[in-house]
Design a protein around this ligand. Structure first.
Ligand code: NAD
Length: 339
């Protein structure tokens, strides 16, 4: 079949079914913090949707899940417009796909600049994306990602997380900067939290990601305050008066301001080094502070990031490699998720 062949009735019906399923599962995951299926099952349905669209581009609409960032701001929280849009990440599920992606991106950068890019490699933290807005060094607002344009105001809840400074350390801060990162529950804290739940006669949480998301999206910040939430920052949105040249250089600046930066990131020159990073963390993924669901590779140079730009859903200068699921334990999902 050529990519523009007319979809059959059966394909149209399957497509509509997939869109409904993905939207339903996204709503449960992002809005209720209570997934109905495993991530691996969700990723399979999403890939099937992408493949049908690649085969029949006429099926794609602007509101297709492949064109939008998942999650809607709940009416339980005040809506917050992000100053700069928040994106998702392009996923690849095999090393061959990753290599092809990196070669393509390196080729296009080399054509433009004469040299291949340096790669910033990081762990893909399995947490909840949060946007922190600092004005003159003071945290004035915190919000969830939502649909990427509008998130939920969780400023009071974020104020209970000790990793996140209310006031940046030092001086000479930019007038305005949006700092993005992942809120998570560290593996050892999660184990203690679940022991406490069981000791109190309550159902344990299904996994750290959903308990972190549920803990942060509480109406009562006092509940959030009792949960062991941590954060690592991994990106910048709007910036006014912040002049850095690389993503890694930005991290070091953020660190000097007292923001929590992951200890695991590396700047690498070659593709084999990136592959080694992935193999090494694939082996040691359970020896880390937090759970991961993959590795993120970013072009380190910010000017090159700007040149490569974004699609409506993802940056073109970054890719997420997802490790194969270790074991799909759908039983866990039967446990009522506590929030
Ligand atoms: P994603 O989780 O694949 O990647 C994007 C997000 O990764 C970013 O928004 C960012 O917050 C986060 N991230 C973590 N570490 C990062 C780092 N070092 N650098 C940059 N970003 C980092 O995409 P998504 O759109 O948030 O969610 C899709 C994924 O969520 C699916 O692949 C699936 O695994 C899961 N999901 C599961 C269900 C379910 O029902 N189980 C439903 C919806 C989504």
């Amino acid at each position: 079949l050529s990519p523009d062949s007319v979809p059959t009735q059966a394909e149209r019906e399957r497509y509509a079914e997939l869109v409904d399923l993905v939207q339903k599962y996204r709503a449960a995951y992002y809005n209720e913090d209570a997934p109905l299926v495993s991530d691996a099952e969700f990723d399979l349905l999403y890939s099937e949707l992408e493949k049908l669209e690649a085969l029949h581009p006429e099926l794609v609409t602007n509101d297709s899940p492949t064109q939008t960032v998942g999650g809607e701001a709940s009416v339980a929280f005040a809506a917050v417009e992000h100053l700069a849009r928040m994106y998702s990440l392009e996923d690849v599920f095999s090393l061959a796909e990753l290599e092809a992606w990196l070669r393509r991106a390196a080729g296009s950068v080399e054509k433009q600049h004469g040299t291949a890019p340096q790669w910033l490699t990081e762990l893909k933290i399995d947490g909840l994306a949060v946007n922190l807005l600092y004005r003159d060094g003071v945290l004035v607002r915190a919000a969830t990602r939502g649909d990427g344009t509008t998130g939920e105001d969780i400023t009071h809840n974020v104020a209970t997380i000790k990793d996140i400074p209310q006031r940046l350390h030092g001086s000479n801060f930019p007038a305005e900067v949006e700092i993005r990162g992942e809120v998570f529950i560290a593996s050892k804290d999660f184990a203690v939290l679940n022991e406490q739940m069981v000791a109190a006669g309550k159902a344990p949480f299904a996994n750290p990601r959903n308990s972190a998301a549920g803990s942060l999206r509480q109406k009562d910040p006092a509940v959030t305050a009792r949960r062991p939430l941590s954060m690592f920052v991994h990106g910048i949105g709007a910036r006014q008066g912040l002049h850095t040249e690389t993503q890694s250089g930005t991290y070091e600046l953020l660190k000097s301001w007292g923001l929590p930066i992951s200890p695991y990131y590396k700047v690498l020159d070659t593709l084999p080094e990136v592959m080694d990073f992935i193999a090494s963390y694939g082996e040691h993924r359970h020896d880390l502070i937090h759970e991961i669901d993959g590795i993120v590779v970013k072009v380190d140079d910010l000017a090159t990031q700007r040149e490569l730009g974004h699609t409506s859903r993802v940056p073109r200068w970054s890719v997420a490699y997802k490790y194969p699921p270790e074991e799909v334990n759908t039983k866990l999902l039967d446990i009522q998720v506590q929030v």
